[in-house]
Design a protein around this ligand. Structure first.
Ligand SMILES: [Ca+2]
Length: 217
């Protein structure tokens, strides 16, 4: 009844994200920057990402990167989406027109997203590079490999619910199995939430036949 690949994906996800307090490392981003004084522009090359976390139940992610030269949010660039690829090679170059002096108060921001066709795109994490003029010599291209960090502050995270869906075409039946919840937010003054974590009851299944719920077909 359960789909074993869901368990495998969950195990992979857990292995790829080591928590460091409020920040979670979600892979690495490799990029290069250079200042071209003739063009009066910062040239940013998004090269590749490595070890991105799994965001889709397919067991992969569809990453792309948005690039900003903050605090200006109007000008932004975006790479192509790389379907089902946790180690995408982007090799895309973006040019920000900016004076050298102006760079003093700017910082580069890369936001890595997972493209989803039918829902809001997931933010995988961000890389921010400050102190652009403090690096050795911006006239030369400098390569960086930086951790992609995810701050959990901008989302209200109430916990995770793990469930499996199995559709049996011959019977026209969708089985929803609620397996477990974890990292639930404490809602009681006891500092817990009814059921102790990790030792909940056995998984329960709900079968939805076409006759009982036509909206699932
Ligand atoms: Ca996706």
């Amino acid at each position: 009844m359960n789909c074993p690949e869901l368990y495998r994906d969950e195990a992979l996800k857990r292995g790829s994200a080591d928590s460091t307090g409020d920040m979670e490392c979600c892979g690495k981003l490799h990029f290069a920057i250079r200042y071209d004084s003739e063009m009066e522009a910062l040239i940013v090359k998004v090269l590749e990402a490595r070890d991105l976390p799994i965001k889709d139940v397919t067991g992969s992610s569809d990453p792309y990167v948005k690039v900003y030269l903050l605090p200006d949010r109007k000008k932004k660039y975006q790479t192509k989406v790389h379907r089902r690829n946790l180690n995408p090679i982007f090799n895309e170059t973006f040019i920000f027109s900016v004076t050298y002096e102006e760079l003093r108060r700017r910082y580069l921001s890369f936001s890595v997203y997972d493209f989803d066709r039918f829902s809001r795109h997931d933010l995988i994490g961000q890389v921010v590079l400050k102190g652009l003029l403090e690096v050795a010599d911006l006239a030369q291209e400098i390569e960086y490999t930086m951790n992609i960090l995810n701050t959990k502050q901008d989302t209200v995270d109430l916990g995770e619910l793990m469930l499996s869906l199995c559709y049996l075409p011959t019977a026209g039946r969708l089985t929803v199995t609620i397996i477990k919840a974890r990292n639930l937010k404490a809602m009681d003054i006891t500092g817990s939430s009814g059921e102790s974590q990790g030792h909940g009851p056995a998984p329960s299944s709900l079968q939805l036949a076409p006759a009982s719920s036509s909206s699932w077909n």
